[in-house]
Design a protein around this ligand. Structure first.
Ligand code: ZN
Length: 196
């Protein structure tokens, strides 16, 4: 359903899809252990016994369009749920105390073995995915990353397989995660516009 006044693809639409409170599975207060952890507002719960308040916010994650000197892209096939077997961009959650750029360098190294030369922030998209029966809300930060070549790249960690593709050959429908699908379409468009 389109929220009045909200642009297509806006976070309002995403928010509207999830009707349950994001902390509905958190029944007991994590501080005092009482079953008194009640809704405080749409994104927080409060313990009526000890007063503890917990706000639920999205977790930051990075996703990388990795390019070589020829302008080709390195993609991965997801080796883990959710949407195992679909295409993806290398990336993952940022760790505590690291920058998003550090997370991009680390995740690319973990999943492909490549050391990035540099990366450039592109845009962000909110996402929700089901993990362990829980709706994980993320704020996906997309980067364009550069390496001289893909020599020595090897699928590891969350990546089952690696692919090399021209940006023009990208097919958004082959990507399983909603935000990545949108990002791939957006990226493909920006690349084709820059070639005009
Ligand atoms: Zn409590």
């Amino acid at each position: 359903m389109r929220v009045k006044g909200a642009p297509a693809g806006s976070p309002f639409l995403l928010k509207k899809k999830i009707m349950a409170h994001p902390l509905s599975q958190f029944i007991y207060c994590p501080v005092c252990g009482h079953r008194t952890f009640v809704e405080n507002n749409t994104k927080s719960k409060r313990c009526t016994n000890c007063g503890f308040v917990y706000y639920f916010n999205p977790s930051a994650a990075v996703a990388c369009f990795i390019r070589n000197k020829e302008g080709e892209l390195l993609l991965v096939r997801r080796g883990k749920e959710p949407v195992k077997g679909t295409l993806d961009l290398p990336g993952g959650f940022t760790d505590c105390y690291e920058t998003a750029e550090e997370a991009a360098f680390r995740e690319v190294r973990e999943e492909t073995g490549l050391r990035l030369e540099r990366c450039r922030y592109l845009f962000s998209l909110p996402n929700i995915y089901l993990y362990s029966g829980f709706n994980v809300h993320t704020m996906d930060l997309f980067y364009e990353c550069y390496v001289a070549d893909f020599a020595g790249a090897k699928a590891a960690d969350d990546a089952a397989e690696l692919f090399i593709l021209r940006p023009e050959a990208l097919s958004p429908a082959a990507f399983g995660l909603e935000s990545v699908r949108k990002a791939v379409a957006k990226y493909k468009e920006s690349v084709s516009n820059s070639l005009k």
